[in-house]
Design a protein around this ligand. Structure first.
Ligand code: NAD
Length: 544
C-alpha cells in the first residue's frame, strides 16, 4: 500500500491488516500521526510474540485461548499469523479441531465481532450485492458452509461460521495463502438445532431449514454470484450434510473451480496415511481389505480415492471396489439391503447381511479399520482385539472429530493391540508410552492437504479441481513422510514442516493442472519459485 493512501492515527490502529500495535517505529509514529496514541516503548515483533504466547498459556481453558486468538486476529492479523505459523502444533488444536467445535457450539455466547460473510435466505436475489460488500476485492479462496454437519457435532446453523474462519486461517498458516485473498462464507438457511432455535443469543435465523428448490436456488445464486464478483476463485465446500454435499459436488465440480473438503480432502489425507502405514506393515494397498465404520462423506470419499489409486495400479473398478467394505449405523453395506442411499450403492457387495461390527471383522478379516462414523467408542476393546488377532500390525484410523467423537483414543488403540497397531486420528492425541516405547499418533488432519491444493490452484490459476488433483496431492504428502517419522509410528510428517509440505503439494497440483490443460496461466519458467513468490510471510512491512 502506498504511503499516501495509508490510513492514519486510530484508523490504522483499528485496521487488523495494517496494525502493528506497539511495533510501529518512531518514523511511522511521526508520519502516520500515531504520537501519543501508543505507549512510548517500541517493541519488536519477537517481543510481541512472547507476550502473546505468555497470555495464551496463562488462560485457564482452550475456549478462552480460542477467544484470545480470534481477538488477536481481529486487531493484528500479521502478529496472529506469526504466532500461529511458528507454533502450529500448539495453535492448530485451538483454532481448529477440537476447540473450534466447542467455539461453534458456543458461538452466540462468545461472539465479539463478526468475521466472514453471512448470506441468508433473506438475501435471495441480492447475493452478488452481499459479496460486493466484502472489503477486499481480490478474493481467490472461499470456504463456504451451510452449517448442517459441523465436524461430528451436527447442525449448528450459522454458528458453523467458526469452521470457514478456522479453515481459512489454516490456508494461511499451513499453505502461506495471503489472508487478504481469503473469504469465509456461511449460508444461513435456518437450523434444526432445537437448543439454538430456543436460544435468544443464537446468531442465525431462528427458523427451520429451508430445503428443496428454494435451497438449491440460493446455492445456485451463490455460485453464480461468486464467479461474477470473484472470477476464478477456488470454492471449498465445507461441512454440508451428506444429503447435500454429494449432489452439490456433482453439480458444480465440472463447472466451477471447487471441491468438497469432507469428501475429497479427507480422502487424500487418509490415503496418504494408509500408504505410510503400509510402509510400516510391509504390505501393499493391493493386498488389503479395508473396513470402514461410517458410509458418509468421509467414508465414501476415502473409498472412491482408494479405488482410484488401485485402478491407477492396474486393478479393474470392480476389483478395486472389492477391497473396500463399509458399515453404517444399520450394519454391513450389502446388495440385499433396500435402505441404501445412492452414494453407498457402488460399495454394496454380495454378502449376507451382518448387523454386528465384530461379526463383520470376523467374516471379512480386514487389515485396516477406518473410523468415520462420528460415533464415539465404536472401536471397542473387542473390536481392536479382533483385528489384532487377524493382523500382526493392524491399521487403525479413528478419524471422527472432535476428540470426544473419536472411535477410540490413541491410548486405547495401543493398549488393546498390545502396541502393535499403526494408529492415526482426526483430532490430535498426545504421544503414548506403552511397553516402554513412545508412540506418536499421526493426526489425519485435512490441513495436510487443502492448503497445498489451494496454493497449487492459485499458482496455476486452475479452472477446476479433479479427483486426480487429490490423488496427486496424496502422493506428494505420502512422499514427505520420512523413515524417522515411521519409526515412531507417525504416518504423517510433523506439523512443524507443514509449510514446506504444502509447497511440495502445491507444486505437484500446479504441475498436474498444466499437464492436464486446466491451468489458465502460462507455465512459469520455474514453478517452485512461482509458488514461493505467492507465499505470505507474517512479518511487518516498513510503512515509512
Ligand atoms: P456423515 O454424516 O456423512 O456420515 C456418517 C456415517 O456414519 C453415516 O453413514 C452413518 O450411517 C454412519 N454411522 C453412524 N453411526 C455409526 C456406527 N455406530 N457404526 C457405523 N457407522 C455409523 O459424516 P462424515 O462427513 O462422513 O463425517 C463422519 C465423521 O468423520 C465426523 O466425525 C467428522 O468429523 C469426521 N471427519 C474427519 C476427518 C479427518 O479427520 N480428516 C475429515 C472429515 C470428516
Amino acid at each position: 500500500m502506498k504511503k499516501e493512501t495509508l490510513p492514519r492515527g486510530v484508523e490504522i490502529l483499528h485496521d487488523p491488516c495494517l496494525n502493528k500495535g506497539t511495533a510501529f517505529t518512531e518514523r511511522e509514529r511521526d508520519t502516520l500521526g500515531l504520537r501519543g496514541l501508543l505507549p512510548p516503548r517500541i517493541h519488536t515483533q519477537d517481543e510481541q510474540v512472547d507476550r502473546v504466547l505468555a497470555n495464551i498459556r496463562k488462560k485457564p481453558t482452550d475456549i478462552e485461548r480460542y477467544i484470545f486468538l480470534i481477538a488477536l486476529q481481529d486487531r493484528n492479523e500479521t502478529l496472529f499469523y506469526r504466532v500461529v505459523t511458528e507454533h502450529i502444533e500448539e495453535m492448530m488444536p485451538l483454532i481448529y479441531t477440537p476447540t473450534v467445535g466447542q467455539a461453534c457450539q458456543e458461538y452466540g455466547h462468545i461472539f465479539r465481532r463478526p468475521r466472514g460473510l453471512f448470506i441468508s435466505v433473506a438475501d435471495r436475489g441480492h447475493v452478488a450485492e452481499v459479496l460486493r460488500n466484502w472489503p477486499h476485492p481480490g478474493v481467490r479462496v472461499i470456504v463456504v458452509t451451510d452449517g448442517e454437519r459441523i465436524l461430528g457435532l451436527g447442525d449448528l446453523g450459522a454458528a458453523g461460521m467458526g469452521i470457514p474462519v478456522g479453515k481459512l486461517s489454516l490456508y494461511t498458516a499451513c499453505g502461506g495463502i495471503d489472508p487478504a485473498v481469503c473469504l469465509p462464507v456461511t449460508i444461513d438457511v435456518g437450523t434444526e438445532n432445537e437448543a439454538f432455535l430456543g436460544d435468544p443469543l443464537y446468531i442465525g435465523l431462528r427458523q427451520r431449514r429451508t430445503r428443496g428448490p428454494a435451497y438449491d436456488e440460493l446455492i445456485e445464486e451463490f455460485f453464480t454470484a461468486a464467479e461474477e464478483v470473484f472470477p476464478g476463485a477456488l470454492i471449498q465446500l465445507e461441512d454440508f450434510a451428506n444429503r447435500n454435499a454429494f449432489r452439490l459436488l456433482a453439480k458444480y465440480r465440472d463447472r466451477v473451480c471447487c471441491f468438497d473438503d469432507d469428501i475429497q480432502g479427507t480422502a487424500a489425507v487418509a490415503l496418504a496415511g494408509l500408504w505410510s502405514a503400509l510402509r510400516i506393515t510391509g504390505r501393499t494397498l493391493r493386498d488389503q481389505r479395508i473396513l470402514f465404520f461410517g458410509t458418509g462423506e468421509a467414508g465414501i470419499g476415502i473409498g472412491d480415492l482408494v479405488v482410484a489409486a488401485l485402478m491407477d495400479e492396474g486393478f479393474t473398478e470392480s476389483e478395486a471396489h472389492a477391497r473396500c467394505w463399509f458399515l453404517d449405523s444399520k450394519g454391513l453395506v450389502v446388495k440385499s439391503r433396500s435402505d441404501l442411499a445412492r452414494h453407498k450403492v457402488a460399495f454394496a457387495h454380495d454378502h449376507p447381511p451382518v448387523a454386528n461390527p465384530l461379526a463383520a471383522i470376523e467374516a471379512l478379516r480386514p487389515a485396516a479399520l477406518i473410523g468415520v462414523s462420528g460415533h464415539a467408542g465404536s472401536f471397542s476393546k473387542e473390536i481392536v482385539e479382533a483385528i489384532t488377532r487377524i493382523n500382526e500390525r493392524p491399521i487403525i484410523f479413528a478419524l471422527s472429530n472432535p476428540t470426544a467423537m473419536a472411535e477410540c483414543t490413541a491410548e486405547e488403540a495401543y493398549a488393546w493391540s498390545d502396541g502393535r497397531c499403526v494408529f492415526a486420528s482426526g483430532s490430535p492425541f498426545a504421544p503414548v508410552t506403552f511397553g516402554g516405547k513412545i508412540f506418536v499418533p499421526g493426526q489425519g488432519n485435512n490441513a495436510y492437504i487443502f492448503p497445498g491444493v489451494g496454493l497449487g490452484v492459485l499458482a496455476s490459476s486452475s479452472r477446476l479441481v479433479t479427483d486426480e488433483t487429490f490423488l496427486t496431492a496424496a502422493r506428494a504428502l505420502a512422499g514427505e513422510v520420512a523413515e524417522s517419522d515411521l519409526a515412531t509410528g507417525r504416518v504423517y510428517p510433523p506439523l512443524n514442516r507443514i509449510r514446506e509440505v504444502s509447497a511440495k503439494i502445491a507444486f505437484a497440483v500446479a504441475d498436474l493442472a498444466h499437464r492436464r490443460g486446466l491451468a489458465t496461466e502460462p507455465m512459469p519458467p520455474d514453478l517452485a519459485e512461482r509458488i514461493q513468490q505467492l507465499i505470505y510471510q507474517p512479518h511487518y512491512v516498513e510503512y515509512a
